[in-house]
Design a protein around this ligand. Structure first.
Ligand code: ADE
Length: 294
């Protein structure tokens, strides 16, 4: 988090959940490396720390009847207040450390020099000064996209509220808008048991876009969705494998031809698999030719 008191650059993630162990994977691979590098810090908070009764209950029966249980506002409210302010039980709950060995193991595409975490590229003016971003994973939320991931990779403090059962009392979400910028988000049109897996998905998609986390900036400039298209196929050695040959053009040494071929492949794959995406893409005359030439 980057505040007046704490000038450390990078992203602070806080997760409030009744299953803290579910968030363990955040310690591994790229995210663990980002923690080691000081680009990312993660706090995982057990919601039950804010439960007040002897049974530490966090849910209750829904008003109006129906199946399942609803998570209580009297527990979630104080939890989100404390996590926003870094007070109360939020100071006593777990700080995730990296599972390590990554730091001294450079990736093949690590770059040196130009990619510090501190380059300020694309930082939104005033983003640090505002309220933290509260993400509430729910199948009833707005679909999470690559462009959300790009935007949120510029944030300094993101809090995730993981609901379970039939969800969280809606007043928690409404009230949180006093302290947070709130977004209810879905990772797809299916129903998970709770928000924890969605947090892993969103956190990974966001953190890999923070400058310095993924070594090679080009590797996310060419991601599927970055230009509205799905990425085409990739190949590596050997040139012939099980009688299957790598396309000739990739040995031409002609970068313009290779780029054109890759674009054509991306267009064709997108049309075959996700035709609705093509409607949002600005197609050149050459793009149209590639699609019509089939
Ligand atoms: N919680 C349950 N299902 C979900 C989904 N599809 N996306 C985000 N959070 C969820």
């Amino acid at each position: 988090m980057s505040t007046a008191e704490n000038p450390t650059p990078g992203l602070r993630l806080d997760v409030v959940t009744i299953f803290p162990e579910y968030l363990e994977p955040l310690r591994h691979a790229l995210l663990g490396k980002a923690i080691e590098q000081g680009i990312l810090s993660v706090g995982v908070h057990d919601l039950r720390a804010w439960a007040t009764d002897v049974h530490k209950s966090v849910d209750d029966t829904p008003y109006g009847g129906g199946p399942g249980m609803v998570m209580k506002p009297t527990v979630w409210g104080p939890a989100l207040d404390d996590v926003a302010a870094g007070t109360g039980a939020a100071t006593r709950t777990a700080e995730l450390t990296s599972s390590l060995p990554h730091l001294h193991k450079p990736r093949h595409d690590d770059l040196t020099g130009s990619e510090g975490i501190d380059d300020g590229v694309d930082k939104q003016p005033g983003a640090d000064a505002g309220k933290p971003l509260l993400l509430v994973p729910t199948p009833a939320g707005k679909p999470f996209t690559q462009s959300d991931a790009q935007e949120w990779s510029k944030e300094s403090h993101i809090v995730f509220a993981c609901g379970r059962y039939e969800g969280i009392d809606q007043r928690v979400i409404d009230d949180a808008a006093n302290r947070y910028r709130v977004r209810e988000v879905s990772i797809g049109d299916y129903v998970l048991i709770g928000g924890e897996v969605a947090v892993l998905v969103i956190a990974e998609a966001v953190v890999r876009l923070i400058p310095g986390v993924l070594g090679n900036r080009r590797s996310h400039e060419e991601d599927s969705f970055s230009d509205g298209l799905l990425e085409g196929p990739s190949y590596t050695k050997p040139r012939v494998w099980r009688d299957l040959e790598v396309p000739e053009v990739l040995f031409s040494g002609n970068h313009a031809r290779v780029d054109r071929w890759r674009r054509d492949q991306a267009l064709k794959r997108t049309r075959a698999v996700r035709p609705e995406l093509l409607e949002q893409v600005e197609l050149s005359g050459r793009d149209r030719e590639a699609l019509e030439g089939e």
